[in-house]
Write a protein that binds this ligand. Sequence first.
Ligand code: SDX
Length: 397
Amino acid sequence: ELGYFTYDPGFMSTASCRSDVTFIDGDAGTLLYRGYPIEQLAGQSTYLEVCYLLLNGDLPSSDELHDFSRIIKEHSMLHEAVRRFFDGFRHDAHPMAIMVGVVGALSAFYHDNVDVHNPEHRRIAAHRLISKMPTIAAWSYKYANGQPFMYPDNNLSYTANFLSMMFGVPSEPYQPNPVFVRALDLILILHADHEQNASTSTVRLSGSSEANPFAAISAGIASLWGPLHGGANEKVIRMLEEIVHSDKSVEDFVARAKDKNDSFRLMGFGHRVYKNYDPRAKIIRKMCHELLEEMGDMGADNQPLFDVAMELERIAMEDDYFIERKLYPNVDFYSGIILRAMGIPLNMFTVIFALARTVGWISHWNEMMQDPESRIGRPRQLYTGYPEREYRPIEER
Ligand code: SDX
């Protein structure tokens, strides 16, 4: 029966809830957002349209999308007092640390008027989060680089606005490269939701106590940061750069990944659910190839990373160790090469993942809070400790 926890080393790998949002068939390599295949959304939709779909359950009409886009733009500014939160961080603070802190701090600005049982309050909280994440993410980057914060420009599209706040400076006009806008918008679509992954389960569990949604999303950001989860995209690039600059062969690194005495793992490989090729990785690999081709010399220093990634994939896909364990490239394996080619620094990769995933997190939170049967999450355990025993005074120990 759903909701009953059986012991599983993967802890929350058993069915922890019912959901209409996203469907994954790990064996077939299928991913559906509200029933629509990720391949069709990637090829025809925009991230903002996917946000509407995930939040509301179906694709919008043109009027609905126009209204949704206007509402999201209305919330893109941050309270001026939020700027001061950034000043409390060291300049070398990882932007994910800033995201956890600043998003959680938004609870202080909206705590009083968020009744989590009020659908209108939940809707406004969702719009605020989707709208403010690009501003917070861009300002995290600006703060780390000692550059002035750029305000949102609501004449731009959602994704172009983020790139403008990230790379624009007050002294120069900045026009986001349309190729980069499209590539980033596609990456945001592919990362928007993924069923009950670790960070979404964190949001559900923390939100199930009726905590403020901004605090619950901050908990999700913290979970996503881990290198086994959203932090993998940053680790993949560090791995590919190590291989490119090493005098060891790709085969040597694949051998290390199989060696249980070696902590080296092929980052961007394997998945708790997909035991087939991650459909998102297929789409990103194709986009990576097209983007580097389109960039020509501009993308030249990313080509060796892409070549090594393709070589790694080819070798691993022919190796019994990976075949037996059904280890395939996942969404993180190629995404970093595209972000790097766009000039996005390594420590912002997981921030981009968190920006994209916010709509998934808040859609699951909303689904949980609108369920009249929703209760506080309370996972159980198999106790393996001591049986009951008597306390002994310290003199006897
Ligand atoms: C994301 O859940 C989601 O949906 C997440 C995500 C999302 O959109 O939210 O899809 C995003 O987090 C993708 C995953 C990104 N993480 C990485 O790429 C990190 C590298 N991958 C591994 O750490 C691992 O594959 C996990 C964490 C992704 C999955 O771990 P599992 O399912 O618990 O698998 P496991 O650790 O039990 O490994 C099973 C076997 C082990 O070998 P044996 O003990 O059977 O001999 O496969 C081996 C592992 O050693 N293995 C690897 C490997 N991943 C698993 N060996 C080498 N390289 C790897 N990458």
